[in-house]
Design a protein around this ligand. Structure first.
Ligand code: TXA
Ligand code: MG
Length: 310
């Protein structure tokens, strides 16, 4: 991907002034600000209408940049070597002398960090003197944004700048793993749990619905297109959008396919686009046909299940 350096420069100037901007990442777009600035972090919460108890992910260029803020350990390095930069977020112990804003971490003793792979995000991070706090660039509880138009749709003129980076090539948020003690997955995401398992070679707990809401991606209603969704639907009414995994012969105007050839990666990449498109097509509800519950299909099903708690 070609990097437009004057865009990076513009982004840098705004971030240095503690403004918020949208940035592309390989998973979804992020609403980014200086993670060391209370002012910038406050702006992120206000813009996103995000409850202040829900902490932000901190984005770094590499682990060297992160080690002054959090305690890195063996499991972290094993996964880092294999998957970073990439769609994985680590929950780690926050160092006491860390400069990360307490507003970003909600005064927790832990912090979520990740190393995005998108070349534009990397070029920006490399050029900054601070990491970026960035939740997904959508209004709280709604579908994430996977291109700059989605971001515009949610924030309009309230947002100072969107750093253009094309379509997010994964299309689902990062997988969150708590590696402080026994590894525990807190959010399914763009990296399959089985790949993580292969590297760690030990049992990994999956805890997606903690009553303590460790990660509010665990909140019940989330990723919602704003209309009701019913799952495992064998058919759909005419005024309902019908979302199917794979293209079928008997096509109807209200049918939407996640993938032409039945490919889970392609389906993941299309999911949020299609949910937004359906909402704009004025359908009042969505019926979803069964989606294979393996690999990235598990993440897709997780998102649709949460979106169905409407
Ligand atoms: O792919 C992604 O992860 C995107 C891109 C922009 O990087 N970001 C993203 O951020 O999805 P957000 O804020 O929408 O989701 C971050 C999740 C939230 O559910 C939050 O509760 C959780 O991370 N989180 C943040 N800090 C945490 C912590 N210390 N312990 C547990 N969960 C944490
Ligand atoms: Mg989000």
């Amino acid at each position: 991907m070609k990097i437009n350096h004057s865009n990076i420069k513009k982004a840098k100037i705004l971030l240095n002034k503690n403004e918020c901007i949208a940035i592309p990442t390989e998973t979804v777009y992020g609403l980014a600000g200086n993670a060391y600035s209370d002012k910038a972090c406050k702006k992120i919460f206000t813009l996103k209408k995000r409850p202040n108890y829900n902490p932000l992910i901190i984005h770094y260029f590499n682990y060297q940049a992160s080690k002054k803020d959090c305690v890195l350990n063996d499991d972290f390095f094993r996964l880092y070597k294999k998957f970073c930069p990439g769609p994985i977020t680590f929950i780690l112990e926050l160092k006491q002398k860390s400069k990360i804003s307490k507003i970003a971490t909600n005064k927790k003793y832990s912090v979520a960090i990740r190393f995005p792979k998108h070349p534009i995000a990397r070029c920006l991070l490399k050029n900054l003197k601070f990491p970026l706090a960035a939740p997904s660039a959508n209004l709280s509880s709604k579908v994430s944004a996977v291109n700059s138009n989605d971001v515009k749709e949610d924030f309009g003129k309230k947002l100072k700048y969107i750093l253009e980076g094309g379509q997010s090539f994964i299309g689902l948020e990062s997988t969150i793993i708590d590696v402080r003690n026994k590894p525990k997955i807190l959010r399914l995401g763009g990296l399959e749990v089985s790949s993580i398992q292969k590297v760690l070679k030990k049992r990994i707990k999956i805890n997606l619905n903690s009553s303590k809401i460790v990660a509010p991606g665990q909140l019940k209603l989330h990723y919602s297109p704003g209309i009701p969704i019913r799952l495992n639907a064998k058919n759909a009414k005419d005024n309902e959008a019908y979302l199917l995994f794979k293209k079928i012969e008997k096509n109807k105007p209200n049918y939407f396919f996640l993938s032409k050839r039945g490919d889970l990666k392609e389906a993941a990449k299309n999911l949020y686009n299609i949910l937004r498109k359906i909402k704009k097509s004025k359908y009042k509800s969505i019926a979803v046909a069964k989606i294979p519950d393996k690999g990235l299909g598990k993440t897709i099903n997780d998102r649709l299940l949460r979106a169905s708690k409407f």
